[in-house]
Ligand binder design. Sequence first.
Ligand code: AQP
Length: 336
Amino acid sequence: MSEIRKKRVFSGVQPSGKLHIGNYVGAISLWRELQATADAIFCVVDLHAMTVPEAVKPAELRAKNREIAALYIACGIDPSRTTVFIQSEVTAHAELGWILTCATPLGWLHRMTQFKSKSERQETVGSGLLVYPVLQAADILLYDTDLVPVGEDQKQHIELCRDIGDRFNHLFGETFRLPSPLIRESGARIMGLDAPDQKMSKSTGETVPGHSIGLLDPPGAVKKAIMRAVTDPGQEFRDEHASPGVRNLVTLYEVLSGEPRQAIIDRYQGGGYGYLKKDLVDVVEATLAPIRAEHARLSADPAVLDRLLDEGASRARDLAAPVLARAKRNVGLGRA
Ligand code: AQP
């Protein structure tokens, strides 16, 4: 009898800026749920962090890799059940990235909204920023991935990944399994606390106080950011007129506490925003306190993390090798 294949899950975070509660809600908490039933691979995508060189200095990048990997584990990703590794330590990513770049029409990349918004903010736009969704497609296709759990901002990139894989299969024969995005219904796009019309962002969180809730922010900073979060000019919470800022706070409460949204609305309806914010501080703290503690424990003994990442990279290399070999053979690389 043939063994039933578990669903393969792949996702990652760039080691740039300050990992925040939006990354946790939109992506990492979903990964933690999936690891129970899926064959899950979680990568720190450091090659992607190079696409905006201003965002991470070379001297900081290696330290960030460690910090993000330790945070995955501190958030509940279990390295004994999943594969956790640093992208640049598995060279198959860069190799497949090049092969796919050669098979991707330029027009597809110019349409990416993230390229448009990020390139507007740069004085000099590196080619890597344009091509990075192809590398992201390589990351995913390299592992015969079924599901990619991400925040809503990544939906267009996962669709592009499917298009790239599909085109490659048509041009060179069946090579890649086509993945689907997995996006939360609630919490897929957590907004900035200071600017609820903008996605909470790692880079903005690093420079603008009160924008994000960093996973390693101290309790005082978390409280300050929540209590100062933009709501609306009204004095009391009315769900029917709730502004984006208020809805954002309710979403954070809902996903982090696991309580039904309507129960939360019923409790705070008609009261001042201060009550909702004060209780949200406790809900956020209940999530962050164990993460901070576990991160501190892992940071105290770098050898433990090194061993886990070495094992993860080794396993990832083994999984990637046959898929890369298939792609190389099908495009005609190497010798007959
Ligand atoms: N605000 C968010 N709400 C929900 N999910 C989010 N994600 C990101 N922001 C939110 C999801 O977190 C995962 C990792 O993100 P990333 O490393 O790809 O980078 P980013 O967080 O999208 O980018 P930055 O660094 O926040 O943006 P910039 O550089 O513009 O400041 C992904 O699954 C993402 O969807």
